[in-house]
Design a protein around this ligand. Structure first.
Ligand SMILES: [Zn+2]
Length: 388
């Protein structure tokens, strides 16, 4: 177990789903702790001081791990003083975190936060290559506001996604249709989409579901034609998610229908908490994969449980590490720590039971941490020249 844990600690990791963050800021502990929350509906779920017995396991883990990294006591004020001292020195702090987590690359959904963070600027601030995944919903929003006719809407949407896919370092498209009209995506024809669009122009309270479904399917096709990846948000997200229609199984019809089933598709967040559904889907659908983002770090010690559910049925080649980091580089860092911990726990236990060999355990860990992301997203050497 010790050997396996150590070997896993030495492996590099690619964060296969995260978001760009703003330049590091000096924060007090209250602000820092609140950043590790999926609540966007105002104050509520998170209490800040773990030493009062009221914080989260994630906040406690952060204090313990930061005190190790920054070589101080695990007291909120001491940890923050060390952290803020490094933050004030520029990008050095991000370099320290990424080195500790063994992070070697990021696949970044540039559509969050809004307004967007300039990716070229972000790339200058992180010590590893950052490949882009382009989110379709902000483009749709922009085009809807223009109130053009359906023909112009459709052609400009098509041009927009093709332009995005053609940008250097862009490896795919992303959809958050689970936040809009749900994953119960149908397969509407062009006439149905046009009818929905025209109805919405006459009455803005009319449903855009048919149009959104139609546009999502166009994104699937564009990804397939360019050999790129379609990321679909599944399961939990921030507190604005429509949880009732976020189950990954709702996408099953599309993922088994030609030509969409031929697009390499990633179920982002592994459908959490419907992780077993997502794992089953990737086990039976040739071009469908999942990542562990959001699960790691937000499910904390439960990352191991989720990983266990996934690996019970899914091929190891279908599973990727991710963090869903969105505000601070500590999120990328702590996500990688949790995934490594979970890999060591689950693979170590299976090896101890004689269920797998050490060789299988090491191969699986390497694949999940970085190998699968390289293969699925076809991450070449783009961006690597700046980060020797
Ligand atoms: Zn995300």
């Amino acid at each position: 177990m010790g050997k396996l844990r150590e070997e896993i600690r030495q492996m590099t990791a690619i964060d296969a789903h995260c978001h760009p963050f703003l330049p590091n800021e000096v924060l007090n502990y209250h602000e820092f702790a609140r950043s590790f929350s999926l609540t966007v509906l105002g104050p509520g779920s998170i209490v800040e001081d773990p030493r009062c017995g009221s914080g989260t396991v994630l906040q406690e883990f952060l204090l313990c791990q930061l005190s190790r990294l920054l070589d101080c006591r695990d007291l909120p004020d001491e940890v923050m003083e060390r952290r803020n001292g490094l933050v004030a020195m520029g990008n050095q702090y991000t370099r320290l975190l990424f080195a500790d987590a063994g992070l070697a690359g990021l696949v970044v959904d540039s559509g969050y936060p809004q307004p967007t963070i300039d990716l070229d600027d972000f790339r200058r601030r992180v010590p590893v290559p950052a490949w882009e995944v382009y989110r379709i919903e902000p483009l749709l929003q922009e085009l809807l506001q223009e109130q053009v006719d359906f023909y112009s809407f459709e052609s400009r949407y098509q041009e927009g996604i093709e332009r995005a896919l053609g940008a250097p370092g862009c490896v795919g498209l992303k959809s958050i249709i689970a936040y809009r009209t749900g994953l119960n995506v149908g397969v509407p024809c062009r006439e149905e989409a046009e009818r929905a669009y025209t109805a919405w122009q006459k009455d803005p309270s009319a449903s855009l579901k048919t149009l959104r479904d139609y546009c999502l399917l166009k994104a699937f096709v564009a990804c397939r034609e360019t050999g790129k990846v379609m990321q679909v948000h599944t399961g939990a997200g921030d507190s604005e998610i429509h949880l009732a229609t976020a189950r990954p199984e709702l996408l099953y019809e599309v993922l088994t229908t030609d030509p969409y089933r031929r697009t390499r598709t990633v179920l982002v967040h592994g459908g959490y908490p419907w992780t077993r559904e997502a794992a089953f889907m990737v086990s039976v659908l040739e071009n469908v994969y999942l990542d562990l983002s959001l699960i790691s770090p937000f499910a904390t010690f439960g990352v191991a449980k989720a990983l266990e559910d996934v690996l019970a049925i899914a091929p190891v080649s279908k599973v990727m590490h991710g963090s869903d980091a969105f505000r601070l580089p500590e999120m990328n860092w702590v996500g990688a720590l949790y995934t490594r911990q979970a890999l060591a726990a689950v693979l170590g236990r299976l090896k101890g039971e004689g269920a797998i060999s050490l060789k299988f355990a090491l191969t699986a860990a390497e694949a999940i941490l970085s190998g699968n992301a390289k293969t699925v997203y076809r991450l070449g050497s783009w961006g690597c020249e700046n980060h020797e």
